[in-house]
Write a new protein. Structure first.
Length: 125
């Protein structure tokens, strides 16, 4: 891990080719939170592709409109969600329709990281 950042909505761990976000219990992930991801992209991933992994260990809501802006981050190659409960899995199908890049859900972190690293490698070819 390069760095761990704390925000009002949760934490984001920065790695060489991806970030792992863990949101706080009960929050609503709103489009204005994108400014933090944009700042991370421009600071830690200059001229470098990266992926986003959200570790859904807590229960929270997502305003799907956030994905319109997230999709515009040019060096973001994909979005992975670690699902720990069935309700999360159901909402993911809706969320996928708003995101215009690769978006997959996983049951464990290792598979999500592997998939993100494959996307990064393909994007750099």
């Amino acid at each position: 891990m390069v760095e761990k950042l704390s925000f009002e909505f949760g934490t984001i761990e920065i790695y060489d080719h991806y970030v792992i976000a863990t949101m706080k219990e009960g929050i609503i992930v709103r489009p204005d939170y994108n400014k933090d991801l944009i700042n991370i992209a421009s600071k830690y991933f200059v001229n470098k592709k990266f992926g986003y992994i959200t570790n859904r260990v807590n229960s929270y809501s997502v305003d799907p409109n956030i994905y319109f802006e997230t999709s515009k981050i040019k060096n973001l190659v994909g979005f992975a969600v670690i699902v720990v409960s069935k309700p999360s899995s159901t909402s993911i199908e809706l969320e996928k329709t708003f995101f215009k890049k690769p978006f997959r859900d996983f049951k464990n972190m290792q598979k999500a990281i592997k998939w993100i690293l494959e996307l990064v490698a393909k994007s750099e070819e």
